[in-house]
Design a protein. Structure first.
Length: 221
C-alpha cells in the first residue's frame, strides 16, 4: 500500500476531519479523525503526517492509517495568563451550580404554591437527565476522538427543560465551559428559565395551557 507524507493544512475539529497537502503539488487528500492514530495532542494545521492512500465511499482517495510524525515549531512561550475562573467567563464553573440551584428552587416554589402542575417538574427531571447523559457522551467522544454531538443538539435540549442537567454536566465533566460562544448561549438559556419561573412565581405571568407555555418559550428564543 502506497504511503506518503504531507502537511495538515485544514482541520475542522468540531466535525472531525480535514485535508492534507500531498507532496509534489499533488493536491489535497481528505483525512478523518478515525483514521488518525492516538497521540498526545489533537491534530492541528501544520502537523506533518505519514499516511497510506485508500479509497473513500465516493471513490476518491482518502488518507488512512495516519500517524502524526511532527508538528510546526512552537512559538516562544508567552507570559503566563491570569488563572481562568468564574470572573473570566459569562457563566463560570462554580456559577453553574448556583444557577442550577436557583432554577430548582424557583421550580419547587412554583410546584408547592401550585402555580405550575407537577408534570412540569417531571419534564425538567427527564430532560435534565437526558442532557446530562448527552454531555457525558460528547465529553467521552472528545477524549477518544470519536464523532461529536452537534452543539445545537446540546443547546436545544438545555432550552427545552434540560438546563439543570446541562449545567451540572458542564460542572462535573468540565465540558463546554470556556468556549465563548457556547458559554454565552448557556447563560442566555439559563437566564430565560430563571426569568420565566420567576415571573410565574410572582404572578406576573400565568401560563394557561401547554401550547401557550411552549409558544412563550419560542418567542424568547
Amino acid at each position: 500500500m502506497t504511503r506518503e507524507q504531507g502537511e495538515l493544512v485544514d482541520w475542522r475539529d468540531e466535525r472531525g476531519f480535514g485535508f492534507i497537502q500531498r507532496p509534489g503539488g499533488a493536491g489535497k487528500i481528505y483525512v478523518h479523525m478515525k483514521s488518525i492514530g492516538k497521540s498526545v495532542d489533537r491534530p492541528k494545521p501544520g502537523d506533518h503526517m505519514d499516511y497510506a492512500i485508500g479509497t473513500g465511499k465516493d471513490g476518491r482517495p482518502v488518507a488512512i492509517d495516519v500517524k502524526i510524525i511532527g508538528a510546526p515549531p512552537k512559538p516562544p512561550p508567552a507570559p503566563a495568563p491570569a488563572p481562568r475562573g468564574p470572573a473570566h467567563t459569562v457563566l463560570g464553573i462554580s456559577t453553574r451550580v448556583v444557577a442550577a440551584a436557583v432554577i430548582l428552587v424557583l421550580l419547587s416554589a412554583n410546584i408547592i404554591l401550585r402555580h405550575l402542575p407537577v408534570w412540569v417538574a417531571a419534564l425538567y427531571l427527564i430532560a435534565g437527565a437526558g442532557s446530562f447523559i448527552l454531555y457525558r457522551g460528547d465529553k467521552r467522544a472528545a477524549e477518544t476522538r470519536a464523532w461529536r454531538k452537534p452543539e445545537r443538539r446540546l443547546q436545544l435540549l438545555d432550552l427545552t427543560f434540560g438546563i439543570v442537567g446541562g449545567l451540572f454536566a458542564q460542572h462535573v465533566f468540565r465540558h463546554k465551559t470556556y468556549k465563548p460562544g457556547f458559554v454565552t448561549v448557556t447563560a442566555l438559556i439559563t437566564a430565560l428559565h430563571v426569568l420565566l419561573l420567576g415571573l410565574i412565581l410572582f404572578g406576573v405571568y400565568a401560563p394557561g395551557s401547554l401550547g401557550e407555555f411552549f409558544r412563550e418559550i419560542e418567542s424568547f428564543g
